[in-house]
Design a protein around this ligand. Structure first.
Ligand code: SF4
Length: 134
């Protein structure tokens, strides 16, 4: 037994960083999905939470609260239309880090959905974005 298990102290667990991805129907949009999954795999699901953007648009309060209580929010969008960032800001959630794959990583947008090179770049950039909030 220690102070935590005896209930004398409360174990402080840091909340994870929330990742939102646009999941658009293009190489850059789809790279946001797989890049986020890869990032969670690298950093661990205790540090990163993948949250559904659609749940924010749908007005689901529990998902909104999950985002609100996150240590920070990272939004990744395929192109400058910035659907993820705009959706979050429309719901009055503060985006701490924003990545636009076609602009910030210079990946041309096309409709060949599976783009391994883009996924690798997105993953590397997202790991850095999360660590900058940690
Ligand atoms: S940000 Fe671009 S790629 Fe992503 S959903 Fe919007 S239009 Fe599609």
């Amino acid at each position: 037994m220690n102070a935590i298990t005896e209930g004398k102290e409360v174990e402080e667990k840091k909340s994870p960083v929330a990742l939102f991805y646009c999941a658009g129907a293009s190489n850059v949009g789809q790279s946001t999905v797989t890049g986020c999954v890869e990032t969670a795999g690298i950093l661990g699901y205790n540090r990163v939470a993948l949250l559904c953007l659609a749940s924010i648009s749908a007005g689901l309060k529990n998902m909104f609260n999950g985002a609100k209580n996150a240590r920070g929010i990272v939004a990744v969008d395929g192109c400058p239309m910035s659907c993820a960032k705009r959706t979050l800001e429309k719901a009055e959630l503060k985006v701490d880090q924003h990545l636009i794959v076609s602009k910030d990583l210079d990946v041309p947008k096309n409709f060949r959905i599976s783009d391994a090179g883009a996924i690798k770049q997105v993953t590397n950039a997202l790991v850095q974005a999360v660590l900058s909030i940690d």
